[in-house]
Design a protein around this ligand. Structure first.
Ligand SMILES: NC(=O)c1ccc[n+]([C@@H]2O[C@H](COP(=O)([O-])OP(=O)(O)OC[C@H]3O[C@@H](n4cnc5c(N)ncnc54)[C@H](O)[C@@H]3O)[C@@H](O)[C@H]2O)c1
Length: 271
């Protein structure tokens, strides 16, 4: 039995990282996947590979900071397939911040640029998709926060503020839609190795591998970086019938964070 047979999903940021893994996983479960991304060339590659393997996918160029782009892609999806069952509201990031995250290091234009990507964009998608889900009395929405929204180890105020807002919107929308058979949840990724990290400036020119090694030792109880496939598994759970009684929840996919201490903080005593 396939978990997403005859379902239609829009995956934002579907060209790379977690979004790409979700597209591939969902297609392998029988879902038609709409791969939306700023980067059309890579999104097309993902959609073409899925199609070549017998799946169903299309790619769209969407800059989610432009509401008209988002509306056009959602309307196109509905006119092609008649519905949107699943919204994976995943695209986001810190492109171009270059270490300017602490108070006083960014101006309001920068604040707006980052909140446009991480807060307005997802809100545009929710606004465009939810009326269709309400009409169908069916929907699965998965939003994306970040471990740093509530447990920062680096100061990136515009990004973390946006992600905190996403968590609040998730809870509010789950409440608003709870009688429409529409589930709204949010994944909180921990340290996941994706192209996202290409936008991050490592301390004092530290080597990327050394940075990840130290991150894992200090921060990740399971003692490895997460993978996009780790996220895709959680997204599948939240997008399928397996989670019909789950809404308004924050699902940490973070190798044990924030509740479990990393093994490196164990005390070597017997009690
Ligand atoms: N990687 C991590 O460790 C990590 C940790 C916490 C949270 N997150 C969050 O998880 C989500 C996925 O992250 P990822 O690591 O896969 O990122 P990624 O950078 O690997 O991929 C993000 C994708 O979003 C697309 N995108 C960026 N801006 C866009 C825009 N304006 N319109 C449309 N598409 C746009 C990019 O082109 C890219 O394909 C993001 O919301 C990110 O903030 C990531």
């Amino acid at each position: 039995m396939l978990y997403l047979e005859n379902r239609v999903a829009i995956v934002t940021g579907g060209a790379k990282g977690m979004g790409e893994a979700i597209c591939r996983k969902f297609a392998s479960e029988g879902c038609t996947v709409v791969v939306n991304d700023l980067d059309l060339e890579t999104a097309r590659k993902v959609a073409d590979e899925i199609t070549a393997q017998g799946g169903s996918a299309i790619a769209n160029k969407v800059d989610q900071t432009i509401q008209a782009d988002v509306i056009a892609s959602v309307e196109d999806t509905v006119s092609r397939y008649g519905k949107v069952d699943i919204l994976i509201n995943n695209a986001g990031g810190v492109a171009g911040m270059h270490g300017r995250g602490a108070l006083g290091t960014f101006d309001m234009d920068e604040f707006e640029r980052i909140t446009d990507i991480n807060m307005r964009g997802p809100l545009y998608y929710l606004t465009a998709v939810v009326p269709h889900m309400k009409k169908a009395m069916y929907g699965k929405i998965v939003n994306f926060s970040s471990i740093g929204a509530m447990n920062p180890v680096v100061s990136v105020i515009p990004y973390h503020a946006s992600k905190g807002a996403i968590e609040a919107m998730t809870r509010n929308l789950a409440f608003e839609l709870s009688t429409y058979n529409i589930n709204v949840n949010v994944i909180i990724p921990g340290n996941i190795r994706t192209p996202f990290w290409g936008n991050v400036v490592f301390p004092d020119g530290m080597d990327e591998e050394e940075f990840f090694r130290q991150t894992v030792v200090r921060q990740v109880p399971i003692q490895r970086m997460g993978t996009s496939e780790d996220i895709a598994g959680a997204a599948l759970f939240l997008s399928s019938g397996m989670s019909d009684f789950v809404t308004g929840q924050k699902i940490w996919v973070a190798g044990g964070s924030p509740d479990v201490n990393p093994v490196t903080v164990r005390y070597d005593v017997n009690i």
